[in-house]
Design a protein. Sequence first.
Length: 182
Amino acid sequence: MFITVGPYRLAGEFFEKRKLRNQCVNGTCSGACCKEGVYLNLYDAQRIVAHQDKIQPYLAEPFDFSKWDFSRPSYISTPVRHADTPHETCWFQMHNQRCAIHAYALDAKITLKDIKPYFCLFFPLTLTDIDINVSEIGVDPKAYDTCLVASETEAWLYQQFEDDLRQAIGDEYYAEIKRRFP
């Protein structure tokens, strides 16, 4: 099931009531969603590399950006530390579990969308390709294991992800959701 709102196709899960809440909204993010890194497009990687010297002090361990493999642009991902171990983590995750790119952007007063990878910005939402020309916005399955925690009260998931949906589809289309659903 999916719901069409303007030009957007939203997964039916947004329109289900669940006893879940997004713990990251309240600043209690554990950083667990970043453990495996994230896929990037070449543009994302180039924007990060352009700031490599200024990002370096934020990293838990120095990273040699010249070793980042761009030979297959469709398979670029953030580098990981301690790969294939229980301690695997995105290289850009700091000791406090926050994102080094995000922290640097805030300190340098750079708009997050101008440096942070697209899928990091979009998380906990994701795009699911349904057809060659159709994508659906849904909740990233990883969010159920990382961001979403049990709640005593039942709420619509679209309400839990209001800020994220507003960023993805805009205020006008989010207002349409609120008109159509309680």
